[in-house]
Design a protein around this ligand. Structure first.
Ligand SMILES: *[C@@H]1O[C@H](CO)[C@@H](O)[C@H](O)[C@H]1NC(C)=O
Ligand SMILES: *[C@@H]1O[C@H](CO)[C@@H](O)[C@H](O)[C@H]1NC(C)=O
Ligand SMILES: *[C@@H]1O[C@H](CO)[C@@H](O)[C@H](O)[C@H]1NC(C)=O
Ligand SMILES: *[C@@H]1O[C@H](CO)[C@@H](O)[C@H](O)[C@H]1NC(C)=O
Length: 821
């Protein structure tokens, strides 16, 4: 892309009235699935003979997928949701002599293959396919059943690019092929044309010579039956902005199906071609001017065709916006009104545009101009660029991503459990992630992010199969499919509702998050608000500020875990993030998490040095969208048999995740205890999440010991089990332990405090303790000297600070059996 010279940019900014965009809000996907995650399984089709998937074509029933690739067309049976079955394959390789000629012309041998670039249904029995064929494009008819070529190949000039790296678009309507491509070897004769009239009608085209198109990149084409028009979407150089060097603009253009060319003027040429600028721009910001992909969303049932929406991904030609992309949607009715308005005038001698108003002798873009007068057609030749630009719906951007460069999109309308319709976008990033976003009144919400492929693989096509609920992605080495949703990943009503996925709802009968189908209206779902309290009946949200295990919400009671530690050891408690939008917070019973003693880690974990004061219970709470629930409960206690303990190990603990289901997400890299302190409890922004549980031998599952306590407390047991069915017993144990340990802890700590305070007044003979700490401990303690907002705001009236003298831990090590001397 040409960069603007400084004066050019200044002029552009002045004339267009633009300023650089201010900081935009971030859109964080709620959950992230790494490649191969069990929560979002991918199905691959790849074979050694298949590479460079370029085109995907889906049968209307969604049962067959036709794949255009390098030197091949494949027919895949995709009627089963989790498999690909290769039904047939057509090998279509250029012969050796063509390959030799191609490489003699200086082309790379790999690029001389036949890359299939047009693959469309022609009629009920045949496909029409075109390929680059060693820089000498060919087209052919392919029998759908046998996948064999029916007739000898046609010349593909004007239907398919020569160069496999050039973009093109093609669509077949009523057996005729409409294409946008470059029509020469050197790639500088762009043309929009119609072929396969088969004697009934002449083939039509648009000359590149007359300035109809200016170095376009074709993106897509769409047929609107009610209008009897084909719309083309592309970006090109905006010659009307002649004061800026190579200012790119995105366009929509139209042609009428009924067009047969003029009688004398515009013979065998379009008489109904008109184009307009698509403006994806927020007020006062630089436009996202380069179209990347476009998908059409048909109007809802019963709505007029004018409500058809076109969703496009746009990027910017300026480096200030590099790496960013925007989604804009355009309504057909707005496109039509721009085409029926005024037109700019092209001076055919100088090829300069002006807005001078000519006496109107024809309505450009109007169907039926083919037998208009020569005068009218001459007018059409000069007036084909609409004066106005097409503005996006709501005059605003649908969504902007500051960190993801989106390259492909697919759009679907989804009926939620309450019958309301939501627009869901599937967006593919250049880094190989698929984002599923639902468009809400409040803006876009990214439900999930799934890693589909790893760069440097490239993607050429994205296809959504609504009837099957599957997305297909064609990459450089095969085809991947993924269901549009996996509702069973959400293991509680709260998670199901918080996802705000219109595909998923909580079924209170089966107690599972299930896919919404038309008939189920009893599902709990709140796509707009994601309000758990209102939606999940019986879920108590009012988690007390006090650590009170009997008042835990019932929906998700994590199993408590016993963590055995040696005193003076750095303990690290993990807190699995329920989602990337949740904030984690730690609590202790009746005590404050003083910032002198506790280090809040970036990943939501908690780190501290085991002392009598820090032994005890810990609860990690996750808050998302106003819903608070515990995600981890720990009991940290001193190891029971100190005689066999090894000295303080520098290893920090990674406790097992306390989650009711293994699907719980936890940030990766929970290996070291030297995290940096985050002010407050920030949203986890890590990009990688692992879904496996890490179990260290030092951590005993809480449940192992809980049996012993559980038996004597029937009453509270039954009380609890009605609230928290699967973890009732453990919770009783926790409650009992809480009481027991708390009194024990109080006694021990009071004793320890007395001991320490006494020693402090005594003459110090030992070397300073700090020197003997492990690096982790030192780092942890250094961190502790910084003030922590989140800790000082921690709930409960603390007496933890009272457990140590002068807020330091000095002197405590001497009496401890496991301290290295
Ligand atoms: C959906 O998620 C569940 C829970 O993580 C997993 O067991 C299951 O395999 C997933 N299904 C698919 C099709 O990805
Ligand atoms: C074909 O795929 C390879 C990688 O597998 C890539 O390097 C090459 O550029 C692709 N060719 C085309 C024409 O896309
Ligand atoms: C489909 O088109 C092919 C190629 O022109 C032709 O041979 C075939 O008879 C057509 N089939 C039908 C059902 O019209
Ligand atoms: C214009 O063309 C239509 C067929 O498309 C024909 O019926 C009509 O008579 C023509 N009108 C003139 C004035 O030639």
């Amino acid at each position: 892309m040409a960069s603007l010279s400084f004066p050019g940019l200044t002029v552009a900014l002045l004339v267009l009235g633009l300023v650089l965009s201010p900081g935009l809000s971030r859109l964080t996907p709620r959950v992230s699935f790494p490649m191969g995650s069990p929560g979002r399984r991918l199905t691959f089709f790849s074979s050694r003979e298949v590479s460079n998937t370029t085109t995907l074509l889906l049968s209307t029933d969604g049962g067959s997928l036709y794949v255009g690739a390098r030197d091949a067309v494949l027919a895949l049976d995709v009627s089963s949701k989790d498999s690909f079955v290769l039904r047939n394959k057509l090998d279509w390789r250029p012969p050796e002599k063509d390959l030799e000629q191609c490489s003699m012309k200086g082309k790379k041998m790999a690029d001389c293959s036949n890359f299939i670039r047009v693959l469309e249904f022609l009629n009920s029995t045949h496909l029409y396919a075109c390929g680059t064929f060693a820089f000498s494009p060919r087209c052919t008819y392919v029998n759908l059943e046998t996948l064999t070529m029916s007739l000898s190949p046609d010349e593909g000039r004007g239907r398919c690019p020569y160069d496999p790296y050039q973009r093109n678009t093609a669509i077949i309507v009523d057996g005729e092929l409409y294409t946008g491509t470059v029509a020469d070897y050197r790639g500088n004769r762009p043309v929009i044309s119609r072929h396969l009239g088969e004697g009934k009608r002449v083939d039509l085209k648009l000359d590149d010579t007359l300035g109809w198109l200016e170095d376009p990149t074709f993106i897509s084409s769409s047929f609107i039956p009610q209008e009897e028009k084909v719309y083309f979407f592309f970006s090109e150089v905006g010659r009307e902005y002649n004061f800026i060097d190579r200012f790119m603009v995105s366009r929509v253009s139209q042609i009428c199906m009924s067009d047969i060319g003029g009688q004398r003027t515009l013979q065998r040429r379009w008489t109904t071609f008109a184009k307009a600028q698509l403006l994806c721009q927020a007020d006062g910001e630089l436009p996202y001017n380069v179209l990347q992909d476009m998908d059409v969303l048909a109007p809802a049932e019963g709505a007029p065709a004018d409500d058809t929406l076109f969703y496009g991904i746009f990027t910017s030609q300026w480096s200030v916006n590099s790496g960013r992309s925007a989604v804009c949607s355009f309504r057909l009715t707005d496109i039509k009104s721009v085409f029926s308005g005024n037109y700019k005038v092209l001076n055919r001698d100088t090829l300069q545009w002006s807005s001078r108003v000519q006496e109107k002798v024809a309505n450009p873009g109007e169907c039926g101009l083919h037998n208009a007068s020569d005068n009218a057609l001459r007018f059409v030749k000069e007036n084909f660029l609409a004066e106005e630009s097409v503005r996006p719906v709501g005059r605003s951007l649908t969504m902007v991503s500051t960190e993801h460069a989106y390259s492909h999109l697919s759009v679907q309308r989804v009926q939620a459990a309450n019958g309301r319709l939501y627009t869901v976008l599937f967006l593919l990033t250049e880094a190989g992630q698929l984002h599923k976003a639902v468009l809400l009144q409040s803006g876009a919400h990214i439900i999930e992010e799934v890693q589909i492929f790893e760069p440097p693989r490239a993607v050429r096509s994205l296809k959504l199969s609504s009837p099957k609920g599957v997305i297909y992605v064609g990459t450089s080495d095969g085809v991947v499919k993924i269901p549009t949703a996996n509702c069973s990943f959400y293991w509680t009503c709260a998670q199901c509702v918080l996802s705000r996925d219109p595909f998923c709802g909580w079924d209170p009968v089966s107690r599972a998050c299930v896919e919404v189908s038309g008939s189920q209206t009893t599902l709990n779902q709140d796509v707009d608000g994601g309000n758990v309290e209102k939606t999940c009946n019986g879920v108590s949200l009012t988690h007390r500020t006090k650590f009170s295990l009997s008042k835990l919400p019932t929906a998700s009671c994590p199993a408590g875990e016993l963590v055995s530690v040696s005193l003076n050891e750095v303990v690290r408690l993990g807190c699995p993030a329920a989602s990337r939008l949740s904030r984690q917070q730690w609590e202790r019973p009746n005590s404050r998490l003083s910032s002198d003693l506790y280090l809040h880690l970036d990943d939501g974990g908690l780190s501290f040095v085991a002392t009598p004061a820090t032994l005890g219970h810990y609860l990690c709470l996750s808050t998302e969208n106003g819903y608070r629930h515990p995600t981890a409960i720990y009991h940290v206690r001193q190891r029971s048999s100190p005689a066999v303990q090894t000295p303080t190990s520098p290893n920090t603990r990674v406790p097992t995740q306390a989650g009711p289901r293994p699907g719980l997400l936890t940030p990766a890299g929970t290996g070291t205890g030297t995290g940096t302190r985050t002010p407050g409890s920030g949203v986890s922004t890590g990009n990688t999440f692992i879904t496996t549980r890490q179990v260290t031998p030092n951590v005993t599952a809480w449940t192992e010991e809980s049996e012993w306590f559980g038996s004597g407390f029937r009453d509270s047991d039954t009380l609890l089990s009605s609230r928290c069915p699967s973890y009732g017993k453990e919770l009783v144990a926790v409650s009992v332990l809480l009481v027991l340990c708390f009194s024990l802890l109080l006694t021990t700590t009071l004793y320890a405090v007395r001991l320490r305070c006494r020693r402090r007044t005594a003459p110090q003979t030992e070397t300073p303790v700090r020197d003997r700490r492990t690096p982790e401990e030192q780092a942890a303690l250094r961190g502790n000297q910084l003030p922590s907002k989140s800790s000082s705001e921690a709930l409960g009236r603390g007496h933890a600070s009272g457990l140590v003298c002068n807020g330091t831990l000095t002197g405590s090590r001497e009496h401890l059996p496991n301290t290295p001397i």
